[in-house]
Design a protein around this ligand. Structure first.
Ligand code: UD1
Length: 417
């Protein structure tokens, strides 16, 4: 298993290009199941999660060509609407195939997901939403077996779940009649998905707001689509810049997608400049403590919480970080403490007392964003070497992170054990 070895203490400097968004790519790949012709996705990131979705779709009989930067997906009428446990357990986003399969084939059998170790993460909201559209659902030996002709309905989500919003929106595209999805999640990835579906011939309005209306259509055709830039990847590089007192510009990013995060960096004393699609963060002086509470979009992204905690370990003062989206999403805290951070957990709040410096240590990645936080902490550590184990978590969501950080002046390498 690979490790990343980091000799920290160097400010990151330079420019880095952001890849296509993982959290847009996965639902877009699933949505291609709805089209009766080939779909082409551009700007696809080369990530393990993308390879997993590729395997799930190929296993159903979807014809896929992947050249590294774009992917063509063609779903024949003969595809088998089934997603097996072996693949679905690796990635919760596999569950996104349920809505499109049901809408296109009238039935689906999809394993219940596993995914990151960040709380119980049930799929009840997805299932209730699809049932409201008329799906008959039963749980059978760890699988969700769904069938039925879908009809438009008024659906109110009890919580603005990103995945449930996407699953119900995709299913509603081919349901008969009008669906109104209330308390929908507003994440930019949902807007990207709606743009793709509308280009296919769907009739979706309101994506990006909390009321999405979908007028069902009979058929959807294949289209080409360029995936939006990854806002979490952009935020991760900018957090690394702030934490190392560096000066980094992320290119091809959308500042308006991470407003809450950039506002916190400013409040902590970092310089933040936005020029069109480039975002520059510089932190020549030390940072000040700030309080952060995660929330559904447009609030502070839970996917940037761990990286922000790493940055705040050396800020001047006491920061309080409250996680409201997931339970049990402070897996990075105990590992950061092993590097010298002072973090006390109190329910869903972490109290981070700024320390003078971090020291390198062997640490273990536990989930995707926690592992990004450990890499940032390793880059910040002014003494010793950090060895981040279980790097496969990082590879789920960051493309060749060590090479891109090295290009910013970091001293790190991947080693094979
Ligand atoms: C998506 C993102 C993930 C991000 C999360 C929140 C993708 C591929 N993943 O995950 O990176 O961290 O949004 O921004 O886009 N919940 C239920 N029942 C459900 C569904 C969700 O209780 O049926 C709960 C979850 O346990 C969690 C919260 O709702 O506590 C948010 O989950 P959700 O918005 O659904 O996240 P995902 O779509 O899984």
């Amino acid at each position: 298993m690979d490790k990343i070895l980091i000799r920290g203490g160097k400010p990151l400097k330079g420019e880095v290009h952001v890849r296509g968004a993982k959290n847009a790519a996965l639902p877009l790949m699933a949505a291609s199941l709805l089209a009766e012709g080939p779909c082409v996705l551009h700007n696809l990131p080369c990530l393990h999660d993308v390879f997993t979705m590729d395997k799930i779709l190929s296993g159903m009989g979807v014809e896929i060509e992947f050249t590294g930067r774009y992917m063509t997906l063609t779903t024949p009428d003969t595809a088998r609407p089934e997603a097996p446990y072996d693949l679905v357990r690796k990635m919760r986003a596999s569950f996104f195939v349920l809505g499109p399969l049901l809408a296109r084939f009238g039935r689906a059998r999809v394993s219940l997901p596993g995914g990151c170790a960040i709380g119980t993460r049930p799929v009840d909201i997805h299932l209730k939403g699809l049932e409201a559209l008329g799906a008959r659902i039963r749980i059978d030996e760890g699988y969700v077996a769904a069938e039925g002709r879908l009809e438009g309905a008024d659906v109110t989500l009890p919580f603005p779940s990103v995945g449930a919003t996407e699953n119900v929106m995709m299913a509603a595209c081919r349901a008969e009649g009008v669906t109104r999805l209330n308390n929908a999640a507003r994440e930019p990835e949902i807007e990207d998905l709606a743009r793709f579906l509308n280009a296919m011939g769907a009739r979706i309005s309101g994506a990006g707001t909390d009321l999405i209306t979908v007028v069902g259509v009979d058929t959807l055709q294949g289209v080409e689509h360029a995936i939006m830039p990854d806002r979490i990847e952009a935020g991760t590089f900018l957090a690394a810049a702030a934490g190392t007192h560096g000066d980094v510009t992320v290119m091809n990013a959308r500042a308006e997608h991470i407003t809450a995060f950039l506002d916190k960096l400013r409040e902590a004393g970092a310089e933040v400049e936005v020029h069109g699609q480039h975002i520059r963060v510089a932190a020549r002086n030390g940072l000040k403590a700030v309080d952060v509470a995660t929330a559904p979009y447009p609030g502070f992204a839970t996917d940037l919480q761990a990286q922000t905690m790493a940055v705040l370990t050396c800020a001047d003062g006491v920061s309080r970080i409250t996680e409201t989206v997931f339970e049990n999403r402070f897996m990075q805290a105990s590992e950061l403490t092993r590097m010298g951070a002072d973090i006390a957990l109190d329910g869903n709040t972490a109290v981070v007392r700024g320390v003078d410096h971090l020291s390198g240590a062997p640490v273990m990645a536990s989930d995707l964003r926690a592992s990004a936080a450990l890499v940032i902490a390793g880059l910040m550590a002014t003494r010793g070497e950090t060895a981040v184990a279980r790097v496969y978590h990082i590879d789920r969501g960051y493309e060749r992170i060590e090479e891109r950080l090295a290009a910013l002046g970091a001293d790190l390498e991947r080693v094979r054990e």
